[in-house]
Design a binder for this molecule. Structure first.
Ligand code: NAP
Length: 320
């Protein structure tokens, strides 16, 4: 059952005690829900700010097993959700704003209410990193974007740049050529970080161009993106480059701010979880990109979610 929460008064209703609370509705969260639902834990999934997580913003997923002809990101999210709900999971459109992990049941405050959770699975994912240059914030939504699938359509027959040299830059850049006249990839080094297949596909695309050893210093409008200032980091030369759109794909930051001081994290802010998905607090598990800066695939996140679900079930058996 899908619930939409709108009331911002979290003191209005009494706390709800649940056996298993899952934060995040991406592949990790919904896979965890499938497993804990099948184990009769009646999980509640807080969908968070971005229902479905990053995959729901992905046009086509070609590497999730079982879909030889590929599957759309939003479609895959719906399939995950329906499968978890079939066994009793409850997906709620609400977001955790505060957590207290100092004792069980764990206390999770949302916009709507308070949950007391016997076990908690954190699958809050990661958020695209910003360039932090002048004009970026002001022109976000007016030419600056972090999602080709969401915004590509607005750049039909326009010229855009993609910033970054990893898999995301190549994949999203290739996708943008469906709409844009041309896509220029701006990368700060000579060598690309992207894997061979995606890089080759991008380099063979006649609509894609590449400028290396170059950074974006500023993005200019005034009303919508019009120009970027590029700097060649070898020669130091600066030049204005006309463009209608700036798509930024330079990595991610894990969504772990809520847990600072309560759970162990690595230097990058990712949650530290062991092979059983256990965090530093017994009964709290982590799955997906929030605890994985390395693989970051739908299949690996879903696998981590399943493992966290199994382990949360075992934890409750041993700690009723
Ligand atoms: P990434 O691999 O971390 O690449 C980020 C890119 O942005 C790098 O080229 C980096 O440059 C550049 N960069 C970082 N900070 C920058 C800054 N401040 N200014 C300019 N450039 C900056 O991130 P990603 O491409 O999002 O990929 C993340 C993970 O997801 C990877 O493991 C990737 O394999 C995976 N992924 C897989 C697929 C797929 O298999 N279909 C698709 C997308 C992503 P440097 O190279 O100089 O560090």
């Amino acid at each position: 059952m899908l619930e939409v929460k709108r009331n911002a008064n979290n003191s209005a209703s009494p706390p709800e005690h649940v056996k298993n609370l899952i934060l995040g509705s991406g592949p990790a969260g919904l896979s965890a829900a499938l497993y804990t639902a099948r184990a009769q834990l009646e999980p509640v999934v807080l969908a968070g700010q971005e229902y479905g997580g990053q995959v729901s913003q992905t046009h086509i997923v070609e590497n999730y097993p079982g879909f030889p002809e590929a599957v759309g990101g939003p479609e895959l999210t719906e399939l995950f959700r329906k499968q978890a709900e079939r066994f009793g999971a409850r997906v709620v459109f609400d977001t955790a704003t505060q957590v207290d992990l100092s004792q069980r049941p764990f206390r999770v405050t949302t916009y709507e209410k308070v949950y007391l959770a016997d076990t908690l699975i954190i699958a809050t994912g990661a958020t695209p990193r910003h360039l932090d240059v002048p004009g970026e914030v002001e022109l976000t939504g007016r030419g600056v974007s972090y999602c080709g699938t969401c915004d590509g359509f607005f750049f039909k027959d326009k010229d855009v740049i993609v910033v970054g040299g990893g898999d995301s830059a190549m994949e999203e850049g290739s996708f943008l050529t469906r709409f844009a006249n041309n896509v220029t990839v701006i990368h700060r080094r000579e060598e690309f970080r992207a894997g061979e297949l995606l890089l080759q596909r991008a380099q063979e695309n006649p609509k894609m161009k590449f400028i290396t050893n170059t950074v974006v210093n500023r993005i200019e409008g005034p009303e919508a993106v019009n120009t970027v200032e590029l700097e060649d980091i070898v020669s130091g030369e600066k030049k204005n480059f006309k463009t209608d759109g700036v798509f930024i794909f330079i990595g991610h930051t894990p969504n772990t701010q809520l847990f600072v001081g309560q759970l162990e994290m690595d230097a990058g802010g990712y949650l530290i979880a062991n092979q059983y998905m256990e965090t530093s607090v017994p009964g709290v598990f982590a799955a997906g990109e929030v605890a994985d800066p390395h693989f970051r695939q739908v299949i690996t996140s879903a696998g981590m979610g399943a493992a966290a679900g199994i382990q949360a079930t075992r934890f409750l058996e041993e700690n009723p």
